[in-house]
Design a protein around this ligand. Structure first.
Ligand SMILES: Nc1ncnc2c1ncn2[C@@H]1O[C@H](COP(=O)(O)OP(=O)(O)OP(=O)(O)O)[C@@H](O)[C@H]1O
Ligand SMILES: [Mg+2]
Length: 357
């Protein structure tokens, strides 16, 4: 967990030093004050990526040559430095040695909910699959091995299919099915644990009854192929179809989480506020699984919490905060609610972002 954060020439901040608490960290300030930028820098420490721009260069302060983010974990004495100069790729140094961005998630596991992805149900299957896989990467080294192995085989098989012939496809079919079944089991198991936690959380939240709609959502894990057949049979039977399409059409690379209300896709029914609350709950449920089953504490980052949420849904969120044990970092334009928060929490830190610049 990041306790101390320092930014140099990052977005609107020429220089910023803050210490975060291990409980609730709340950033407020007017439009353009720098809330998203701070949350973005924290997420960068977990992923090496921005949740706002695909172009990392845009994070360097205008008219400056480079940015530097320093993170420090008090408990473990762990230091992290992420820097980016114009024309040089992102450099990550953890405890004085250079590491790749894929290592970050294990050191500082975090999930971010922000305006582009607040609707978990509305996002592409890819997004939901990645969210699940990210949690699995953190929790299980064997999962990473299986994941890389499966996707390597898939790449090979697809390259044979693109070549326009089925020659030499057999060994890849076998390997894809083997690795795919393992990958699928990891995902299905983690999904089931998450689902249990989700209902656990909903049960505890239910004083207000305003979350009743959540109980009507059927949530199901989709493997990426129909469950009435084995992956091995699907891959072999689909050879000619796959050859025509020049790609592997079914398999764990198509896995998804489906939400239905009365057999209708939930995103056609749920309001935006309902979808946002649902996404937050799902991420919290994943974090609870990480904490309870794997003893891993992941941070939850929520940008612009109040957008889409009305006062009563926001109260549900405040109730949720009471149930969580992990670090939460969130932002909001105004400080309207913090008096309500402070009364209830042992660890709560409030930052007025305008005053940090
Ligand atoms: N590379 C950059 N260099 C300098 N300033 C930047 C850079 N990138 C963004 N900014 C500016 O930083 C400021 C803070 O942006 P940020 O998105 O963090 O604000 P915010 O507090 O989240 O606002 P909102 O409430 O509108 O979401 C904005 O004025 C933005 O124009
Ligand atoms: Mg913002």
């Amino acid at each position: 967990m990041i306790n101390n954060l320092s930014l140099k020439n990052f977005r609107c901040f020429e220089s910023l030093d803050i210490s975060l608490c291990s409980g609730i960290n709340f950033f407020y300030g007017k439009n353009g004050s720098g809330k998203t930028s701070i949350l973005e820098s924290i997420y960068l420490c977990s992923s090496g990526k921005s949740f706002k721009s695909s172009n990392i260069k845009s994070l360097i302060q205008i008219d400056k040559d480079s940015f530097l983010i320093k993170g420090y974990d008090n408990e473990r004495g762990y230091t992290l430095q992420i820097s980016k100069s114009n024309n040089v790729s992102l450099t990550i140094v953890a405890n004085n040695s250079k590491v790749t961005s894929s290592k970050l998630i294990k050191e500082f596991p975090a999930t971010a909910i922000h305006n582009n992805t607040f609707s978990f149900a509305d996002a592409s299957p890819d997004f939901r699959r990645k969210l699940l896989d990210r949690a699995l990467f953190v929790s299980n080294d064997q999962f990473s091995e299986t994941w890389f192995s499966f996707y390597r085989c898939l790449k090979q098989r697809n390259s044979i299919l693109r070549g326009g012939s089925l020659k030499n496809i057999e060994p890849w079919d076998i390997k894809i099915a083997d690795e795919g079944v393992k990958l699928n089991k990891y995902r299905a198991d983690f999904f089931n644990l998450t689902l249990d936690e989700l209902y656990n959380i909903i049960d505890k939240l239910d004083e207000s009854k305003s979350t009743n709609y959540l109980r009507n959502i059927d949530i199901a894990f989709y493997s990426g192929w129909a469950n009435d057949s084995t992956l091995s049979r699907i891959i072999t039977n689909n050879r000619y179809q796959d050859l025509k399409r020049r790609t592997t059409t079914l398999g764990p690379h198509k896995a998804d989480i489906k939400f239905l209300i009365n057999d209708i896709d939930a995103r056609q029914i749920l309001s935006r506020g309902e979808q946002k609350l649902f996404s937050i709950l799902w991420c919290c449920a994943q974090h609870e699984v990480l904490r309870k089953s794997f003893n891993i504490k992941a941070s939850l980052i929520i940008d612009d919490i109040k957008s889409e949420l009305d006062d009563s849904t926001f109260l549900v969120f405040l109730n949720l905060l009471k149930l969580l044990n992990n670090q939460v970092i969130f932002s909001c334009i105004d400080d309207h609610f913090s008096s309500k928060i402070e009364l209830n929490f042992r660890e709560f830190k409030k930052f007025h972002v305008e005053q940090l610049r």
